[in-house]
Design a protein around this ligand. Sequence first.
Ligand code: PLP
Length: 432
Amino acid sequence: MVDSKEIMEKDKEYLAAVYQRKPVVLEKGKDAVLWDLDGTRYIDCISGISVVNAGHAPDRIVNAGVEQMKKLIHCSGLYFSVPQTLLAEKLAEISPAHLRKSFFCNSGAEAVEGAVKLAKKYIVSQGRTGFNLIALEGSFHGRLGLSLTLTGQSKYKRGFGSFAVYPGIVHAPPPYCYRCRLQYPDCGLECARRIEDIIKYNTTGDVAAMVVEPIMGEGGIIVPPDGYHEKVLEICRDHDMLYIADEVQTGFGRCGTMFAHAQWDIEADIMSMAKALGAGMPIGGVIYREKIVECLKPGDHFSTFGGNPVCCAMALENIKYLQEEGLIENSRKLGAEFMKALDELKDDHEIVGDVRGLGLMIGIELVKDRKTLEPAVQTTQEASKKLMKKGILIGTGGMEKNVLRIQPPLCITPDQKDEVLSSLEDALKALR
Ligand SMILES: Cc1ncc(COP(=O)(O)O)c(C=O)c1O
């Protein structure tokens, strides 16, 4: 029998130190609860970074995987397979009606790159250069070459030479009202309007696409103000740019609807997804407007593992489970209850600068001073540690790393929600 100490020591010895792990060795999980090797119970408030929206190990999804494994684990993209086709059909059913054709890969970064690659091919097929792409400052789109360049946070890029300097990518300001010097709605959505200046002064004038997270996740759960996405889409249409919704973190009920961008009056041309698609299995996907994929010929894009039968069978069962078990409604309902309670908590705790979110994607921004908005970085880390000691695993994020992230499995119960809130209140009191 291995123990936690031994695993942590061996991890240090044999694994490249790219992860800043919390000192917990997780052993098993059920619904919204996790247990470590020593038997300690935790309420999961981060869901493996917004992945296990259906909860840990739901029997239905596990069984779908086991049954598929007994039949066929892998076949590559060279052959047809039932789960992949049925999953694509299901995605077309749950996505906005104009998004029809899918491609499957293995992660969020690959999904974003697959979205951009085909966007470029489509634009080039129209006789244009499509040289530029626009993303947002503070965004996160992955850590491969192109997706890392799109990511609007230099802290992830430093020390890698030209790896994250993909040509033609420029950034626009984020819709971050809490830290904006202007006041919504008097600002007239200046953050969106600035995209016009960026096209004019920082691009060749031929922009293939704009890549946008409906709600910025790693950037600190930034929910744009009303009208922002609509305005961005209008600018995209005016400049013949495609609008790519990166739903890798926001998709599959996380924000209270199957896909978050459907909550605004916009039609994305392409949508990338991953994380909660596979309920914990490594699968990413992209869904496109039909006309975009028409320019493709076989071999233009490929992934050996993409569309893996086991991942697809589990993803398909996962989507049915989210729909049939009312988990998306639970995301809306408990999300609203969390927000109400957190707004009250904000009144009692000076350190809570802002509370924002949609569904069960909630951020609590901690500041040292409500006037200067100086980020309380250290306190955010301490709060997360204190919560872990109380049996709550919570995420941290934000451009300045001062945002606590509440993103539990969508099956979290009202009692578990209350336990999280009272532990959070205790932790904040202790940190005063
Ligand atoms: C919006 C968004 N896009 C892309 C990614 C990259 O996903 P992955 O880590 O699976 O490559 C992430 C990961 O956090 C994300 O939040």
